[in-house]
Each structure stands twice: as structure tokens, then as C-alpha cells.
Design a binder for this molecule. Structure first.
Ligand SMILES: [Zn+2]
Ligand SMILES: [Zn+2]
Length: 255
């Protein structure tokens, strides 16, 4: 009767309880959990999670997930595998790299606790400056550093203007004076391809995007490309032609 099953996940309620007892998580960990929750099949690699919060190496994901996994495992007396993250993710290694899939019960608890609401997904602009750090000789920086670099931003806008390069949205046209000059700048290069002495090239590496399109670009890790989001938008327009589904609003005159 009291034999504990060490492979069966605790219930979502138990995970909620454990998460509340763990208390405050670092911003980076919450951001990784959010991205993980919204990834395809809730599956990601430690590398992708690390890159998403501005690090170039998986160790940050391994250590933050590992610590949370250990804390939750201890609180719930749940020790299903050989590594600490096993208490919160299911691990597989189909093509030579470890994939982490959030345990459904744990994912459900994250939702209950309100940490993964898609409307709260942070844009790179909002990731704290804490993700910028020095390690050894190499300076590691976040994507948002490139996107926020004032000079690079200015040059990007001088080249491409302030209309969204995906949907054409203009804050100036929509909001008048207060919208003048407002636009996000998206950095095209995946951080995983950046090393050492990289300097951003504002013309080849940056594009102006509106916050909506920017959020959709980062809806996946690694980010969608500009042309992928354009293709999605175009497809949506064909599927739901704006103003063509409703009958024309002409007054019906009765004779
Ligand atoms: Zn846009
Ligand atoms: Zn971006």
C-alpha cells in the first residue's frame, strides 16, 4: 500500500504546492520555463533554453533546471531518474542530443501558478541586464544588447525606416506624434552562431519590427525568421480575407 512509485509523476496539485514552497525563482529560470512551455511539444534542449535567455552555453540551463529539479524532487520525495532534472522533465536522446520535455503534470502546475501565460512571454528587450556577464576572456552578451545598442539601432532605422518590416505597421501613422520613431529592432543572428569578437552590423543583422511581430518571431526557440512570419501572415490573410466574409454593409431599402 505504501510502496512509492518512483516513475509516476506527482499530480499537478502536488507540483503547484512544491513550486509555491520553492518560492522565488530567478528571472532567467522563469523565462526558460515560459519558452519551454511554448516550445513544440514542450520539448527543448538545454542549449536552446540557455540561448533564449542570452547565454551561449547550456550550463546555465543545466544548473538552474538541475537546482529546481532537486528542490522539487526533495519536496515531493520524487526521484525518478539519474539526473536531477528528471523530476520536472522527461529526457530522451533520439539523435545524439538530449531533449527535455516538460512533464505534463509539471507543465500544468506552471500554468496554474500563472508563470507561463503566453501574454506574459517576455520580449528580448525585457530580459534583465543580469544576463550580461563576463566569463574568462570572452564577453558574453544577450541578444537584447544588440537590439538595444543605440548606435546600431540608429543605423538600422536610417537604413530600413521605422515601419515594421514584416507587417508594415507604422506607429507614427497609427498613433501620431507619440508613435514617432517607435519601433523594436530585431537581431537576426542566432546567438548560438555568435562568438568572441562579434560586432553587430546594423544593416545585415538588424531589422525594424513592431512589438506584435517581434513577439511572434520569438514565439519559438530558436526564433522564427522574418520570412517565416511573413509567410504565416500572408497565409492567414488568404484563409480569412479581411472584409470579404461579411456581406457588404449596404443599407437594404424596402420598397
Ligand atoms: Zn509587424
Ligand atoms: Zn528579436
Amino acid at each position: 500500500m505504501s510502496t512509492s512509485d518512483h516513475t509516476k509523476s506527482p499530480t499537478p496539485e502536488k507540483y503547484v504546492d512544491a513550486l509555491r514552497r520553492v518560492g522565488d525563482l530567478s528571472d532567467n529560470l522563469v523565462q526558460m520555463l515560459r519558452l519551454h512551455f511554448h516550445a513544440n511539444n514542450r520539448t527543448s534542449t538545454a542549449d536552446e533554453l540557455a540561448v533564449a535567455v542570452g547565454y551561449t552555453h547550456r550550463s546555465v540551463a543545466n544548473s538552474l533546471y538541475g537546482r529546481l529539479g532537486r528542490q522539487i524532487g526533495e519536496l515531493l520525495d520524487f526521484d525518478p531518474g539519474s539526473v536531477r532534472v528528471d523530476s520536472i522533465v522527461l529526457t530522451t536522446k533520439p539523435e545524439g542530443r538530449w531533449l527535455w520535455t516538460l512533464r505534463p503534470e509539471f507543465a500544468s502546475a506552471l500554468q496554474t501558478i500563472g508563470w507561463v501565460d503566453s501574454s506574459h512571454v517576455l520580449l528580448p528587450e525585457e530580459i534583465g541586464a543580469t544576463a550580461e556577464f563576463k566569463e574568462g576572456a570572452s564577453l558574453r552578451v544577450t541578444v537584447n544588447v544588440y537590439e538595444r545598442n543605440a548606435d546600431a539601432r540608429r543605423e538600422c532605422i536610417a537604413k530600413y525606416g521605422t515601419d515594421c518590416c514584416i507587417c508594415g505597421f507604422s506607429f507614427r501613422a497609427k498613433f501620431g506624434d507619440i508613435g514617432d520613431g517607435f519601433i523594436h529592432v530585431h537581431h537576426l543572428k542566432p546567438l548560438s552562431e555568435i562568438d568572441g569578437e562579434y560586432t553587430v552590423d546594423p544593416v545585415t543583422d538588424l531589422r525594424p519590427v513592431c512589438p506584435n511581430c517581434h513577439a511572434m518571431l520569438h514565439r519559438r526557440v530558436p526564433a522564427y525568421t522574418i520570412s517565416e512570419i511573413q509567410a504565416i501572415l500572408k497565409h492567414q490573410k488568404t484563409a480569412e480575407p479581411c472584409g470579404e466574409r461579411e456581406p457588404p454593409m449596404t443599407p437594404v431599402l424596402k420598397s
